[in-house]
Design a protein around this ligand. Structure first.
Ligand SMILES: O=C(O)[C@]1(O)C[C@H](CCCOc2ccccc2)[C@@H](O)[C@H](O)C1
Length: 153
């Protein structure tokens, strides 16, 4: 976003294996690709006058770096950390550190899956958690953050 353009930016982060969206396990994760998900987020942001920046990485530290970088340029973060949701104190600490509203998103209903997916290190530092709504969760998350941004005092 050009400096001073006044538009807010939302960062949409996707974690490990989500680059495989649409190519494997469609019964679980649907047929939409990561590019489709990112376009959906961008279109939703645009409908609310917001820019959306998307990033996917399979590397935990790269996701930490992306969260740090959001501090100076984003008004909120949408994060599907994939399996790092269930393991990463580092990602939790990064979300806490940048003090931006974050929404945790999961395509599947993690609470209806294996036990090890029932705990999230990120939920406790997120404004909202959306799980099981498929890729609509990304749209809902952007809409939620847009509402926070426009209804700020
Ligand atoms: O439901 C979600 O969005 C998850 O974050 C997806 C993660 C897995 C991402 C793998 O994505 C794939 C997509 C297509 C094909 C294979 C994997 C899983 O480890 C979490 O527990 C829940």
């Amino acid at each position: 976003t050009p400096a001073g353009s006044g538009r807010g930016t939302i960062l949409v982060l996707n974690g490990p294996n989500l680059n495989l969206l649409g190519t494997r396990e469609p019964e679980k994760y649907g047929t939409a690709t990561l590019a489709d998900v990112e376009q959906l987020a961008k279109d939703t942001g645009a409908a609310h006058g917001l820019d959306v920046e998307c990033f996917q990485s399979n590397h935990e530290g790269a996701l930490v770096d992306a969260i740090h970088a959001a501090r100076d340029k984003a008004i909120g973060i949408v994060l599907n950390a994939g399996a790092y949701t269930h393991t990463s104190i580092a990602l939790r600490d990064a979300i806490s550190a940048v003090q931006l509203p974050a929404v945790e998103v999961h395509i599947t209903n993690v609470h209806a899956r294996e036990e090890f997916r029932h705990h999230s290190y990120l939920a406790g530092v997120s404004k909202a958690v959306i799980a099981g709504a498929g890729i609509m969760g990304y749209r809902f998350a952007v809409e939620y953050l847009a509402g926070l941004h426009t209804h700020q005092g």
